[in-house]
Design a protein. Structure first.
Length: 288
């Protein structure tokens, strides 16, 4: 086995400081950033917190991300993403059929996040009553199982559509202060729409969860393949069943105000291998 010494390191130099910009501004500021992977071709994306990178290598190769083997499809496509706060760099290793290893060290660009205060929530939604702890724990487990299930790769490499269009009222990564109590950050994007608005699949996928959960109300999880999932929260009605294969643009359900919600809206989340990604970065600016 030969370990190739040639390494790619991203960023080659720091061009930017921290970001305190809206997603669309980040995309336009950074669209000229060049990002390369040793022995793979980048199809889309670059390393910044909350973003997804889609790349392609030879289908017979193996890909390790931080020493963990990640899924690769029959044509050699693989993906990886970055969480809200990525403190250390990531190591991507491509291993060919001769067992040669090609390494890329990736330090995602850091972003700054907003602080969002929400008051007037029912106290039971900020600190749940004891008798509901069991239900909440079982909800978390169901979501975890659904998000780690595997599904065939769909068409998300061509991009994502917005599942609804409306006013964005909550963004990815914001620090939440609920009734003056600091809580974990918000990982979805909140889009204010009237109750009963059609929610469509942003890309094709397999339905891996349809449940009524304590915090997120009527919820659907769609696995797009390669461990990438979309979650749709606070629905008023679900129109798909567990195991359904849905096409991009087809109806999943209708928006609502169920669970911990202060008004009719859709909360859309995306995750990859336990990392929470920014849906706005993946779907791009919303055109009404
Ligand atoms: Zn939300």
């Amino acid at each position: 086995m030969v370990i190739k010494l040639a390494k790619y390191i991203f960023p080659f130099f720091i061009i930017f400081g921290n970001f305190n910009l809206f997603c669309s501004e980040i995309t336009s500021t950074t669209k000229n950033i060049e990002f390369n992977i040793n022995h793979a071709e980048v199809i889309s994306g670059f390393p910044i917190e909350g973003n997804l990178v889609i790349a392609k290598t030879k289908p017979e190769n193996k890909v390790l991300f931080n020493n963990q083997k990640i899924q690769i499809d029959d044509s050699g496509i693989f993906i990886f993403g970055f969480h809200r706060d990525e403190e250390s760099s990531s190591k991507l290793v491509i291993i060919n059929s001769e067992n040669d290893q090609f390494e890329t060290i990736i330090q995602p660009i850091k972003r700054e996040y907003k602080i969002q205060r929400i008051n007037g929530l029912k106290q039971s939604m900020v600190s749940p009553p004891k008798e509901l702890i069991k239900k909440i724990k079982s909800d978390t487990k169901k979501v975890k199982i659904a998000r780690s299930s595997s599904a065939v790769i769909g068409d998300f490499t061509k991009g994502f559509d917005w599942p609804v269009k409306g006013t964005i009222t909550g963004v990815y990564g914001s620090q939440r202060i609920l009734n003056d109590v600091p809580k974990s950050p918000h990982f979805g994007i909140d889009i204010s729409v009237p109750n009963g608005t059609k929610v469509i699949a942003p890309a094709s996928g397999t339905v891996t969860l349809t449940e009524d959960l304590y915090y997120s109300g009527l919820t659907v999880i769609l696995n797009h393949g390669l461990n990438l999932n979309s979650t749709f929260l606070h629905l008023s009605e679900i129109n798909v069943k567990l195991g359904d294969r849905v096409n991009r643009g087809s109806l999943i359900g209708f928006s609502g105000n169920t669970g911990r919600s202060t008004g009719p809206h859709l909360d859309w989340r995306i995750d990859w291998n336990g990392k929470r990604l920014d849906p706005e970065m993946l779907a791009g600016p919303m055109k009404q």
